[in-house]
Design a protein around this ligand. Structure first.
Ligand code: SF4
Length: 351
């Protein structure tokens, strides 16, 4: 998937000319990370809500934020989606979409008990981790799940095998972990963590539990990894890095941390270009720009417009990977879908 496909989201009416073009030592420029922005799982989840609205009419209920981005959520709300915290807030018999972060079997059961018509927009790469949890639990492993307490994805994965999962909230948690049988432990992880920090957590876990088993493949997804690799390269040459993304977006927050750990003198996360402060640009010649996996490209374009007003009109793309992964729509939406123009009609993305 390219990084400029998701322009279907509306522009934010901004205030152009807010940032001033002040002199700095050297040539002003932007280093624009690529890949950035929408991943295949986010694209599929957003299109699933759009498609459900088109097919069933409004309202369509969505459990939790469909993806962790304030602009996406508010745009879908305007189109008729209603976001709820749990399925007991959805009227019986209504349609409900499960977010890209996934749900536990208990939530699926609760929706079924209410007679809800569920559309599961869980990212297939999250589902893969759920399956691993089920399999390792069946084989009587204790699963050390590296992730952030309270994150919806972690709750969903842990809910697959609650008796077998222990949460590890990063390297500093390792010393206090208690396990039943140190000979039978495996680690899994949330998909949107810092790769480097997760490997450090695994290293420390293995020091404590030498028999620690590995997952069959990376749990940190391709999109998270690719965006971190790109921002690492950008950060080496950037005085300032700006990450577009929401505060509850794990992978966006990680991009700020990765930028700071890899050479950026300063790094900030913003939801919108209007949040950039003039003083952040003081003495800054090179601004690195990227966006989290749940961020529509239009928000990055608006940031670039504002930066151009401030004299940063030269944009060099720093490309570290090509992405062309696409996921098919949730099966509940593929059913009865005789025409194949569905997703394309809604923004030309998931298929
Ligand atoms: S960030 Fe990764 S796991 Fe999450 S929705 Fe995107 S592709 Fe899926």
């Amino acid at each position: 998937m390219t990084d400029t496909i998701d322009l279907a989201m509306p522009r934010v009416p901004g205030v152009r000319g807010r940032l001033k073009d002040t002199p700095v030592p050297g040539r002003k420029r932007v280093l624009l990370a690529s890949p950035r922005g929408y991943c295949a799982g986010v694209d599929r989840a957003v299109v699933a809500v759009e498609k459900a609205l088109e097919r069933y009419g409004s309202p369509v209920y969505v459990r939790k934020q469909i993806v962790h981005n304030i602009h996406v959520v508010s745009t879908l709300e305007k189109r008729g989606a209603i976001f709820v915290d749990d399925v007991d807030q959805v009227p019986e018999g209504a349609h409900v979409v499960f977010s890209a972060h996934g749900v536990s079997p208990a939530v699926v059961q609760a929706a079924s008990d209410r007679g809800l018509r569920a559309i599961d927009a869980t990212c297939p790469l999250v589902t893969k981790v759920h399956r691993e949890a089920v399999r390792f639990a069946r084989d009587d492993y204790e699963i050390l799940l590296i992730g952030h307490a309270g994150h919806e994805e972690v709750e969903g994965t842990a809910g697959e095998a609650p008796e077998h999962v222990t949460l590890v909230n990063g390297p500093d948690d390792v010393d206090s972990i208690q396990v039943r049988d140190p000979e039978r432990v495996v680690w899994l992880s949330q998909t949107t963590l810092s790769v480097d920090e997760t490997m450090e957590t695994v290293r420390r876990l293995r020091e404590r539990f030498p028999k620690l088993a590995d997952p069959p493949s990376d749990d940190i997804c391709y999109a998270t990894q690719n965006r971190q690799v790109a921002i690492k390269k950008v950060a080496q040459d950037a005085d300032l890095v700006l990450v577009v993304g929401s505060a509850n977006s794990s992978n966006s927050v990680r991009l700020v941390e990765v930028a700071l750990e890899n050479g950026a003198r300063a790094a900030y996360r913003v939801d919108y270009a209007s949040e950039v402060r003039q003083e952040w640009l003081d003495g800054v010649a090179t601004v690195g720009v990227t966006s989290g996996a749940s961020v529509p490209e239009i928000l990055v374009q608006e940031l670039l417009d504002d930066l151009a007003d401030a004299g940063y009109s030269d944009v060099d793309v720093v490309k570290t990977a090509e992405e062309d992964l696409m996921f098919s729509l949730p099966k509940e939406l593929r059913r009865d879908d005789s025409g194949s123009q569905d997703a394309r009609a809604l923004g030309g993305r998931a298929r």
